[in-house]
Design a protein around this ligand. Sequence first.
Ligand code: NAP
Ligand code: MG
Length: 405
Amino acid sequence: MDKIKMKTPLVEMDGDEMTRILWGMIKDELLNPFIDLKTEYYDLGLEYRNETNDEVTVQAAEAIKKYGVGVKCATITPNAERVKEYNLKEMWKSPNGTIRAILDGTVFRAPIIVDSIKPYVRTWEKPITIARHAYGDVYRDVEMKIEGKGKAELVFTNEFGEEKKELIHDFDGDGVILGMHNLNKSIESFARSCFNFAIDSKQDLWFASKDTISKKYDHTFKDIFQDIFEKEYKSKFNEMNIEYFYTLIDDAIARVIKSNGGYIWACKNYDGDVMSDMVATAFGSLAMMTSVLVSPDGDYEYEAAHGTVQRHYYNHLEGKETSTNSIATIFAWSGALRKRGELDNIEELIKFADNLEKASIQTIDDGCMTKDLAILSNLENIKVNNSDEFIKSIRVRLENLYKLQ
Ligand code: NAP
Ligand code: MG
């Protein structure tokens, strides 16, 4: 076959450790032989971030804004240990945090479903995509320990010096208090990202909070979502036959467990933190979770939800064999290539993304899998592949799909 041609470049962000190794293998085995790959390359590996004083991360984010689609490899978020290990000038911030702040986006995480691994919740047949609001609430709170008797009050002083006051509690002994906030602007961006992604992926959108108890705070979230839905999205949703559904958070949990999946679940910051770990585990493995950052302007950044798989990398450096699962990273590429194909109207590129995903899923369902999946699967004749064999097993099936067509 002739290699598929691209029009606009994809923003490619390389990363660290084991995922950087997989990145190269995926390009060599699964992409370059089929596509005339056109990317604008940014090396977000920790060494180069350090060399450029992290400027490269900002440049990559700006490039996503320019071209509209990026694909990112997992990267190290430095801590004290990493500062020593890599002899860093500074403890650079999380690249994901930097990119998210520049794009003002929302992260959508979805599991990749295969027949040979059954979710723990047996009704779940289709993916549940979680969208987590990434600003404020308890993550930007102010807390105080109270000692002894006294009055705690909530005070707001406006720009003209006028005060608004609420009693929090009249303490007659030790206790604790907390103050948190959110911004209408941030909630509005979150809501628009969620509605856009629902349209984009043709799925219903669920949102939940505790508005019956939190009559002003959570109610504001509910009202903003409802208002934006009515004004900007309702007719499009009707036209596409998808639904926006609001309910109380505890009712949502009960419904999620009884559902078949196949919708987006928009979560407030804390709910998303907790529920995304539950959903990931219940579907199988972190190595089977994709993640996409969507900005309110419609820019997309695709990546795997897991990290750089450090333990495997150290084994790799010692020359030991690894069996690291590349599925989520492959799906980051297929997601980005499909989106590029849709934006540039390249039918073969969209088809290639579909085939790449099909070949990956087929490989696992044929019983060729990495160790993490072998443990979860109840197939009988499983062949445990090393990192390299696994990607080559996918290559064979991808070639077959093209031969069949
Ligand atoms: P991790 O890289 O996700 O790995 C945690 C463990 O999960 C691994 O040790 C491995 O378990 C298993 N695992 C994860 N992905 C796997 C895969 N593809 N195939 C097989 N097993 C997989 O998380 P971490 O060890 O906490 O973090 C390592 C580095 O990644 C840190 O420096 C962190 O800053 C960074 N990180 C980056 C991102 C990102 O860029 N988005 C996200 C999270 C973490 P076993 O060891 O038991 O095999
Ligand atoms: Mg969490």
